[in-house]
Write a protein that binds this ligand. Structure first.
Ligand code: AHR
Length: 578
């Protein structure tokens, strides 16, 4: 016997339009993400620029909307001007952020051309650590101006006749972090003023662009949210997004804390949105600055010993840069260590998905979301191959079905509490009460008449019987319930065993008692799609189904005809058309 939960959705309860870029990715030359995975001229599938086309093709199929590239700490010391033109004339530099040599074999043009080959939009991070205002102007002119100037003609000479048309520009990376090269940690006002000027300048170079200014790199930062407030005060009118990051950590074995991480994300988003609106009020402007959550993740981390010698928020204590043993590494793209997609199991997929559902619930203000490791989630790889991980199925379903308007979901389920915990001196989590075991979000696309519900069961032990009340969506039929689940939480797909975790359709009984997996397909015609448990019944807008412990579930409804308008639904004029 499972536990009981109820979900209600209603056409009047809207949150906001889901931005096409809500589920994007992030790329930085660390680990094997650039050297080895994106770029390896010795790979059998390498193209003329040395890009692995197996990886490109894997990503192409997902419809990944955009990628923030390059980004991360690396950018804050990177001189893009040394990375363009003939490869044998490019300059090799040290990257003190990650103790690596930057050979610039993959440079400014290659990043943008890789994105073109994937068919995804580039969102670009400007170096505002060691970079100057002039560099910022030049990079936009090189990248986006048609021609007839030194920089734009240089781009044409370097092989890209047409402007790249990069629309979104990030004004630095984590500029509040003491670990950042050229950090502005101690001078939020200075960074705000600098960003204001850069943003104005580059918009004068290309008036079609938009900019994102850095907020705090985590809600743990001692200066959060004051730092963000000071920055926004200086540049609110000239920027479009507040760029924030967060990596959630939970101690090993504490799945409740890991999967409840989304609630800390929601607190962070709520505070930043309130802050943006506070500054808007002070500026007497109707303009709303949106949130770009352009790095996020969730991980298991052992508790570190708390260090009594430092203050509770001191970022220096554990920081990698103070390891005197550390050596600079020269990466060989064909011989990289750790050639493997980290994560990829059910727990990884669920912890990231839970954050993504939180973004969906804040779709009115979170307009950009870039998953760290998102490229690996969408296309897992090793030195030789690519395959689909559990994360792929979740992420690509969101890309396909989280469209249109984000809808409020009223969830009535058991809850649990996460007692406050500290991973280290910095990552300190206050107690979180009332985390629902059933985590849900919903998207309604009026254009294609689809209504899609995403559900995670956070419980390790209990299956939940869920009653879904969609009665107010008159005329909508149940299409399918697809679940992703594995009894073995450590199981992963590999190149050799790519179908260890794959989505399965939950069979359902229709009003005549016929077992079906979709509204129009009797079970006998399912072919080789695996169907699990006949546990779903749909009648009169009420769906009874069940979700397994630690599972991901996509529940789809569709309306066949257009005869009922959106306005009818809102006005409650449904009855005559049923
Ligand atoms: O993704 C790893 C790092 O995490 C990025 O370089 C930085 O922006 C963040 O601190």
């Amino acid at each position: 016997m499972g536990k009981e939960a109820k979900i209600t959705i209603h056409p009047s309860f809207t949150i906001g339009e889901i931005s096409e870029r809500l589920f994007s990715t992030f790329l930085e030359p660390i680990g094997t993400m650039v050297n080895g995975t994106m770029y390896n001229p010795k790979h059998p599938t390498a193209d003329d620029l040395g890009f692995r086309t197996d990886f490109i093709n894997g990503l192409k199929d997902t419809g990944m909307p955009a990628c923030r590239l390059p980004g991360g700490n690396f950018v804050s010391g990177w001189n893009w001007k040394d990375s363009i033109g003939p490869k044998d004339q490019r300059k090799v530099h040290l990257d003190p952020a990650w103790y690596q040599y930057i050979t610039n074999e993959v440079g400014h043009d290659e990043y943008l051309q890789w994105a073109e080959r994937v068919g995804t939009e580039s969102m670009y991070t400007i170096n505002l650590g060691t970079g100057t205002m002039q560099d910022a102007m030049d990079i936009v002119e090189y990248t986006n101006h048609k021609g007839g100037t030194w920089w734009s003609d240089l781009r044409r000479k370097n092989g890209h006749e047409e402007p790249y048309g990069v629309k979104t520009w990030f004004l630095g990376n984590e500029m509040d972090g003491p670990w950042q090269l050229g950090s502005w940690e101690k001078d939020p006002r200075g960074y705000g003023v600098f960003s204001n000027e850069v943003s104005k300048l580059i918009k004068w170079i290309d008036p079609t662009i938009e900019t994102a200014v850095c907020g705090s790199s985590a809600p743990f930062m001692a200066h959060f949210p004051d730092w963000d407030e000071e920055v926004l005060t200086q540049c609110y009118e000239s920027v479009d997004y507040l760029s924030i990051h967060h990596y959630h950590s939970a101690p090993p074995g504490d799945l409740k804390a890991l999967l409840g991480g989304a609630l800390y994300y929601e607190d962070f988003i709520n505070t930043e949105v309130a802050l943006c609106d506070l500054i808007a009020a002070k500026c007497r402007t109707p303009k709303k600055v949106m949130i770009s959550f352009d790095e996020y993740g969730a991980m298991v981390r052992p508790n570190a010993e708390l260090n009594p010698g430092y203050g509770p928020h001191n970022m220096y204590r554990a920081h990698y840069r103070f390891n005197p043993e550390r050596q600079y590494i020269l990466h060989d793209p064909d011989n990289m260590k750790h050639f493997c997609f980290p994560g990829g199991d059910m727990i990884h997929a669920l912890s990231m998905a839970s954050i993504q559902l939180a973004f969906l619930r804040h779709a009115d203000r979170v307009k950009i979301g870039c998953m760290t490791g998102g490229l690996g989630a969408l296309c897992a790889s090793d030195h030789d191959h690519v395959w689909k991980s559990a994360s792929y199925y979740v992420f690509s379903q969101l890309l396909k079905y989280a469209r249109g308007t984000s809808m409020q979901v009223d969830v009535n389920s058991d809850t649990y509490d996460i007692p406050g915990y500290a991973i280290d001196d910095n990552s300190q989590y206050p107690t979180k009460e009332g985390v629902p075991y059933i985590d849900a979000a919903c998207a309604w696309s009026k254009e294609d008449r689809s209504l899609n519900l995403f559900i995670i069961n956070r419980s390790e032990e209990d299956e939940y019987n869920i009653k879904i009340d969609a009665q107010a969506f008159t005329g909508y039929n149940f299409v399918e319930h697809v679940e992703l689940h594995s009894d073995d939480f450590d199981a992963k797909n590999t190149y050799e065993a790519p179908e260890t975790i794959i989505p399965k359709v939950v069979a359902h009984t229709d009003e005549n008692g016929t077992i079906r997996h979709a509204e129009t397909t009797p079970i006998s015609k399912i072919g080789n799609t695996e169907v699990v448990g006949v546990s779903t019944v749909f009648r009169n807008g009420l769906l009874d189904t069940s979700v397994k412990p630690l599972s991901w579930n996509l529940i789809r409804f569709e309306r066949e005809s257009d005869e009922l308008t959106f306005e009818d639904l809102l006005k409650g004029n449904h009855n005559e058309v049923v």
